[in-house]
Design a protein. Structure first.
Length: 389
């Protein structure tokens, strides 16, 4: 089995990543929100300089795929005109912020997001690893506990709490002190050896025995368990729509831009501000019972150079009739980009364009069946293998 390649950094707009279908250009919407003009502009730029496909990422970003190296400069100029480009690649890499999409006018969430983004833009802001990020989860109800982040900003004691990920306590903060506190914690993470060789995450650092400064021990975290991921449907500030496998076509994004501002969520869904019903557009998932909501599939072949098989057509064919209670993950290789956790049925591409089946496991777990031909697979055949003693 060939081992997946670990890149160790996240692509940005100024520092894109080459993939099998061209450059992947990741755009980080400010405050997790795209105005109608920005969404329309991204759709036009995707169609002009990319292959017309746009990913929604697990960090609430949007990725334009299939961009040529020759077109990258013009694309960046277009994105800059939309207000979506940072001063430098370093500043862009630092601005790794996920914002609760359920903020409401006057609750201060967007102010916190703007203040933190401004602090991270300073040239002397801590240059944390590419995957290191911040979650702003101080909306009406916390919803980001299950979303990857290293520094969490939540509500506590009538104010805010800046909490290291996985810690039971954090530092009390106000709107004025929240950004300095967050950067102080990031500086401590680096100074205390959290990122040897430029890589590292907060939870692993604490698990290895690092002790946070006393300042971050003063406020207990709010007592809440992990929030389940939201499902498509009406939300207090609009309508939440999913997209198949977290990817939408440029023309779909252009049509959505006509419905209102879009909040990009870390669950690969978009919240259409102010909408009371979903638009009727191909590829949108408008309700909670669509079985494709329980199906994950990465880019696969030919878009990803590490993929051994095409993933999405297989996932769509098998997933359309997935019985309630089952989850399906189709991964082009063992890296498992689309779904790092377990699924009832996991198919992993192997050299020779075959797949292995893993039951109730993740892509790196031991398979129940190996060397299956994707062309001959049906859901019932998979479940029969799955049920075999
Ligand atoms: S899991 Fe999929 S997208 Fe990730 S590296 Fe493997 S083939 Fe590529």
């Amino acid at each position: 089995m060939s081992a997946p390649v670990i890149q160790g950094w996240c692509p940005g707009a100024l520092r894109p990543m080459m993939s099998g279908d061209g450059l992947v250009v990741r755009v980080r919407p400010r405050g997790g929100r795209l105005t109608p003009g920005q969404a329309k502009g991204i759709a036009e730029l995707s169609a002009r300089y990319g292959n017309g496909l746009i990913d929604l990422s697990a960090r609430a970003n949007v990725q334009l795929r299939g961009v040529s190296e020759a077109g990258h400069g013009a694309l960046i100029a277009g994105l800059a005109a939309l207000g979506l480009i940072d001063e430098t690649a370093e500043a862009e890499a630092r601005r790794n912020i996920t914002v609760t999409p359920f903020w409401q006018e006057g609750d201060g969430v967007q102010d916190v997001a703007a203040t933190l983004a401004s602090a991270l833009a300073a040239p002397d802001a801590p240059q944390t690893p590419g995957k290191f990020g911040y979650a702003i989860d101080c909306g009406p109800v916390p919803v980001l506990q299950g979303v990857s982040a290293d520094i969490r900003i939540e509500r506590a004691r009538g104010g805010l709490c800046v909490r290291p990920d996985s810690a039971a306590t954090g530092a009390f903060a106000t709107a004025a002190t929240v950004a300095p506190r967050a950067l102080e914690l990031a500086r401590w993470f680096l100074a205390s050896g959290g990122a040897p060789a430029g890589r590292g995450r907060m939870a692993a650092h604490l698990a290895a025995g690092a002790r946070v400064p006393d300042l971050f021990r003063e406020v207990p975290a709010a007592p809440h368990g992990p929030a389940p991921a939201p499902v498509p449907g009406p939300a207090p500030t609009g309508y939440l729509v999913g997209v198949e496998f977290g990817q939408l076509a440029a023309h779909t994004l252009a049509a959505l831009s006509g419905c209102g501002a879009l909040r990009v969520t870390p669950w690969r869904m978009l919240l259409i501000e102010g909408a009371e019903a979903p638009p009727d557009l191909p590829g949108l998932i408008a309700g909670p019972h669509n079985p494709l909501l329980r199906v994950s599939a990465c880019t696969g072949a030919p878009g990803c150079p590490q993929a051994h098989v095409a993933t999405r057509a297989l996932a769509r064919a098998l997933g359309q009739s997935l019985p309630a209670g089952l989850g399906l993950h189709v991964s082009g290789c063992a890296k498992g980009c689309a779904h790092p956790g377990k699924a009832t049925l996991t198919l992993v591409g192997r050299p020779g364009s075959t797949v292995d089946l893993i039951r109730d496991g993740a892509t790196t777990d031991a398979p129940s069946a190996c060397g299956l031909d994707p062309a001959g697979l049906t859901l019932s055949s998979l479940i029969e293998i799955d049920d075999a003693p």
